[in-house]
Design a binder for this molecule. Structure first.
Ligand code: ADP
Length: 498
């Protein structure tokens, strides 16, 4: 499967080299118990390596290392910390190919369309935050002429970072970069399915950062994630994952009274008005639905509302575009779409597809084709499905599927579609496609989401605040404000000069 890969970036070899390790206090170490769990390539079903089954003792070792390192790290000039984080960006920039291949191997995301792109975004996020050290500014307050009153931005201390598997390196980078520049030390808990590429990122970053500043542990939620949230020395948790786990994390953080940032699910609407540019909207649906990532994105445009005048043409054109996408070996440059992450996820997605098919009046338009070839026979491939004829109240339009399944819902009036778009428990992202400025402005104002775009569907960008309302989460990421609001606290200092 991987015969064209040069030996120095052979992801199989790298996976074996990283197997069984956490990174604590600058050292690769196994779990105290010696236990490990397998890491599986979803394109073949083969084990590619192992990860340590970390528990409370391992978490405690990582948090203690972070705590020991934090005073000196926070004592460094903020621009110097930023300069080190920018140096990390340059280092990772030289390892994009290797990281892209490794994350493709463990997640099944296609190298050309997804995994390599993710690796470059990691370097971009570090670069962006690396330049923001001097923005950790306070204010002077005109409290009294006899007193000098100022505020400062102080680091929180030790930050716990909990990440999922769908874009593990990117989501980690969006959390660790601002946390580190703000003067915090970090313990990351990787996702069960994808512990290797993020470990490699942390290993590279540890070539630049002082020991203990950035630590990472692998493990399962209850045994490893929960002790991280509950650890008395952890002063903040930043989490990306499901709503259910987000609630558990928020509850545990509430018990300790520490702040949390939560980036949770979505059921993001895409509205295609009757005056939209059809070709652009169809291209936007392909990008927005993240078909190249098998729809495994919290921002996926999984509810596409199309005006009745364009509906049939839209479905035909979207099917043609997705049909033209090649499903196959994630490491093959010709592949557009790889696999879903796990058997459990595949079963869940198939369950939704069956439930849609069983609905009276619904039609399932299957796209693309399953890959052929003996080597991929055990692969977790699933054909993208466009559902038509399902209402906005159907469970496929209400629940987050996290797979390549989208509902295309016909509408006739603007007010009707706006009401349907907002009728969701989620509020992460939304797009509207129209040539009418008044409609665009009105919708941008009224759509209940944290990230709204008109006539485009780009992904999270360093510099733009990203996050949700309603059950999509708490707090924002990716921007200067995110660093200031979520990784520092404001201290008021009053100097009485009388
Ligand atoms: P997904 O359904 O996307 O796998 P989860 O929300 O279950 O999402 O997982 C996201 C991250 O949260 C993973 O790293 C997982 O191990 C972690 N996690 C799961 N349960 C807990 C928990 N009780 N406490 C802390 N972290 C957890």
């Amino acid at each position: 499967m991987t015969e064209h890969i040069s030996p120095d970036i052979d992801p199989h070899r790298l996976a074996r080299t990283l197997s069984g390790f956490n990174l604590i206090d600058g050292e690769l170490v196994g779990a105290r118990s010696g236990r490990t769990f397998p890491v599986v390539n979803p394109a073949t079903g083969n084990e590619i390596g192992t990860a340590p089954f970390s528990e409370a003792a391992d978490v405690d070792a990582a948090v203690s290392a972070a705590q020991r390192a934090q005073r000196a790290w926070a004592g460094m000039a903020a621009r110097k910390r930023g300069a080190l984080v920018a140096e990390c960006a340059r280092l990772l920039g030289a390892h994009v190919e290797e990281l892209g291949r490794l994350v493709a191997l463990e997640t099944g995301k296609a190298l050309r369309t997804e995994s390599r792109v993710e690796a470059s975004v990691v370097a971009d996020a570090l670069q962006f935050y690396g330049g923001l050290g001097s923005e950790l500014k306070g204010e002077s307050v005109p409290f009294s002429p006899d007193m000098l009153t100022v505020t400062t931005r102080e680091p929180i201390g030790v930050v716990g970072v909990i990440i999922p598997w769908n874009a593990p390196m990117m989501l980690m980078a969006l959390k660790i970069s601002p946390a580190l520049v703000a003067g915090n030390c970090v313990v990351v808990k990787s996702a069960e399915e994808s512990p290797l590429a993020v470990l490699r990122v942390c290993q590279l970053l540890n070539q630049v950062l002082p020991r203990g500043v950035l630590n990472i542990v692998a493990g399962y939620g209850p045994e490893c994630g929960a002790p991280l949230v509950q650890h008395p020395a952890v002063g903040k948790i930043t989490f990306t994952g499901s709503v259910e786990t987000g609630r558990i994390v928020a509850r545990a953080a509430g018990e300790k009274l520490i702040p949390v940032t939560l980036e949770l699910g979505g059921k993001s609407p895409m509205i295609v008005m009757g005056d939209a540019d059809l070709d652009r909207a169809v291209a936007g649906a392909v990008a927005g639905m993240r078909f190249t990532r098998q729809g495994q994105s919290c921002t996926a445009a999984s509810r596409i509302f199309v005006h009745e005048s364009l509906h049939d043409a839209f479905v035909t054109a979207l099917k043609a575009k997705v049909d033209a996408m090649k499903m196959g070996d994630p490491l093959d440059e010709a592949t557009d779409i790889g696999t879903v992450i796990s058997q459990a996820q595949l079963d869940k997605v198939k369950g939704y597809i069956e439930s849609g098919r069983a609905t009276l009046g619904a039609a399932a338009v299957e796209c693309s084709a399953l890959p052929q070839g003996a080597s991929l026979r055990g692969g977790l491939f699933v054909r993208p499905v466009l559902f038509t004829g399902l209402g906005n109240s159907h469970r496929l339009a209400r629940e987050e599927i996290f797979g390549p399944v989208t509902c295309i819902i016909k509408f006739s009036s603007y007010e009707e579609v706006l009401a349907m778009a907002n009728d969701s428990a989620y509020g992460l992202a939304a797009t509207i496609w129209t040539r009418d400025l008044k409609t665009a402005l009105d919708a941008a104002r009224r759509l209940e989401a944290g990230f709204v775009q008109v006539n485009q569907n780009i992904v999270v960008q360093p510099g733009l605040s990203y996050g949700g309302v309603k059950q999509s989460g708490l707090g924002r990421e990716a921007s200067l404000e995110a660093m200031l609001e979520h990784f520092t606290h404001k201290k008021t200092l009053i100097f009485n000069m009388q």
